[in-house]
Ligand binder design. Structure first.
Ligand code: SAH
Length: 225
C-alpha cells in the first residue's frame, strides 16, 4: 500500500519545490540583481504562485524573464516590470491602491501582499471573472476586482495612495489624477499604444502633480469602449 501511494505523492512534492526554486531564482536573478530593493515586493514575488496566473500550457514559462500571453490578446507583464512598478509606488500596509487592467490578477496579488487594500478594474469580462476567482481562491480578502472601464477610476473608493495603470494611453486620464490622494503615487505607461511608451511616475503634493520619466516600456493598449 505504502509503495503504491509513494509514486503519486512524490511528483507533487517535486513540483512544489521546483516552482519555489524558480521563484527564488526569478527574484534573485531578474529582480534583485537589477536593483529592486523594496523588501515587501521581493518577498511577495517569492511567495505568489505566478504559474497559477498563466494558462496551464504556459505554466512552465511562468518564471521566465518575459511577458506571457493570457488570452483575449492580453499579456501578463514581465516579472521585473511588475516589481519595478510596485517599488515605484512604494506600497505599505496603510495604503489603498487602485489598479487599472487586472488581467491575470498577478499585479493585484503583488499589491495585495504589499499594500493595505486593493481595488482593480478589468475591461474584459472573462478576465475580470477569472482573476477575481483566482485571487479569492488564494485567500486574498483585501482585493476587490470589478469589470469596467478603468479610465474612469473607481470614484466610490477614492482617493487612492497608489494608482498602477497596466495598459498604455497617450495621455494621463484626468479621473485618475483627480482620484490620486495627497502624497499619492501613480505609475503608468504613457504614449502611443501601438509602439514604445514611457513609464512615468506622477506624485501629488499640495494638490500639484509632478511627473518623472522612468524608462521605455511596451504595454498593451488601454481600451476605450
Ligand atoms: N496587470 C496585469 C497585466 C494585464 S495587461 C497582470 O498582472 O496580469 C493589461 C490589461 O488591461 C488587460 O487585461 C486589458 O484587458 C486591460 N484593460 C485594457 N483597457 C482597459 C480599461 N479601459 N479598463 C480596465 N482594464 C483595461
Amino acid at each position: 500500500m505504502f509503495l503504491m501511494i509513494l509514486p503519486v505523492i512524490m511528483p507533487l512534492w517535486q513540483t512544489k519545490d521546483t516552482y519555489q526554486r524558480q521563484r527564488e531564482q526569478m527574484v534573485a536573478n531578474q529582480i534583485a540583481a537589477r536593483g529592486i530593493s523594496h523588501r515587501a515586493t521581493l518577498q511577495a514575488m517569492r511567495i505568489i504562485p505566478r504559474h497559477l496566473f498563466v494558462p496551464p500550457q504556459m505554466a512552465r514559462y511562468a518564471y521566465d524573464d518575459s511577458p506571457l500571453p493570457i488570452g483575449y490578446d492580453q499579456t501578463i507583464s514581465q516579472p521585473f516590470i511588475v516589481a519595478w512598478m510596485t517599488e515605484l509606488v512604494n506600497p505599505d500596509s496603510k495604503k489603498k491602491a487602485l489598479e487599472i487592467g487586472t488581467g491575470s490578477g498577478y499585479q493585484a496579488a503583488v499589491l495585495a501582499e504589499t499594500a493595505g487594500r486593493v481595488y482593480s478594474i478589468e475591461i474584459v469580462p472573462e478576465l475580470a471573472r477569472s482573476s477575481a476567482t483566482l485571487l479569492e481562491k488564494l485567500g486574498y480578502t483585501n482585493v476587490e476586482v470589478r469589470e469596467g472601464d478603468g479610465y474612469l477610476g473607481w470614484e466610490e473608493h477614492a482617493p487612492f495612495d497608489i494608482i498602477v495603470v497596466t495598459a498604455a494611453c497617450d495621455h494621463i486620464p484626468q479621473p485618475l489624477l483627480d482620484q490620486l490622494a495627497e502624497n499619492g503615487r501613480l505609475v503608468m505607461p504613457l504614449g502611443d499604444p501601438g509602439s514604445i511608451q514611457e513609464l512615468i511616475l506622477i506624485t501629488k503634493r499640495n494638490g500639484k502633480t509632478t511627473r518623472q520619466t522612468i524608462s521605455a516600456v511596451r504595454f498593451v493598449p488601454l481600451i476605450r469602449k
